[in-house]
Design a binder for this molecule. Structure first.
Ligand SMILES: [Ca+2]
Ligand SMILES: [Ca+2]
Length: 232
């Protein structure tokens, strides 16, 4: 039995090598299907054709970049054979979704830049520098991002892990109610339908800016104290 399994494994490895040779190069990148429920933003790098999605991914893995732009995703149209390579850019000029004949694949490490951490379809960054909420908001904008917008418990847990892992106890998130007392808003305009306030009594209505700590969410004075911040 073991011998047969060994043979099967060897045959699989051989087949993989043959496939890799047929494409002329061995891709070291892994990809995953991008779900159709959200759009992927980026800048177009190259539009060509490929006979299959796998060969389109091979083009992405081998994309020769002269600038800092790296192929992050490949969009393949199984009807026309169109293969579009795109780079990662949160403020990107094109949006792609997997729908109908278009299949979108992203590199498995999610293509976050150095110092950024991948979760779902976003990259997160925790600052070591400490700023007021307003300065933190501007700092994220300068990095081509926004203060983090947390829309469910799993995302909050990911961000809290990040804050702790990097040795912080507090960090600004991207919401405030400074425009209208009690009316909390995310900096991106995302729907405000998940909260993790310290307790119901506080309810986030004492100050105006959202800070994450080991207690959960708290509203803190926006400009009195300096804290680390999470960009997304
Ligand atoms: Ca988010
Ligand atoms: Ca308030």
């Amino acid at each position: 039995m073991l011998l047969i399994e060994m043979h099967i494994i060897q045959i699989c490895i051989l087949l993989l090598q043959l496939v890799a040779n047929a494409f002329g190069s061995v891709s070291t990148k892994a990809y995953k299907r991008h779900s159709g429920s959200s759009a992927l933003k980026g800048n177009p790098l190259e539009l060509s054709t490929a006979p299959s999605a796998v060969q389109c991914l091979t083009l992405c893995a081998g994309y020769q970049h002269t600038s800092r732009e790296v192929c992050y995703a490949a969009c393949y149209n199984s009807g026309t054979g169109a293969c579009e390579l795109i780079s990662r850019d949160r403020l990107g000029t094109v949006e792609w979704m997997s729908e109908n004949k278009w299949k979108v694949y992203v590199t498995k490490d999610a293509g976050c830049e150095e110092g950024w951490h991948s979760y779902e379809n976003s990259c997160f960054f925790l600052s070591t520098e400490k700023l007021t909420w307003h300065d933190a908001r501007n700092s994220c904008l300068n990095l081509g991002a926004t203060l983090a917008v947390i829309t469910d418990k799993a995302e909050d847990e990911f961000v809290w892990d990040l804050i702790q892992t990097l040795g912080q106890q507090f960090a600004w998130l991207g919401a405030s109610d400074e425009d209208r007392e009690g009316s909390w808003r995310w900096v991106t305009g995302a729907e405000w339908n998940f909260t993790l306030w310290l307790n119901d009594y506080v309810g986030g209505n004492q100050n105006n800016c959202l800070l994450r700590s080991s207690f959960g969410w708290g509203d803190y004075p926006c400009d009195d104290d300096l804290y680390s911040y999470v960009c997304e």
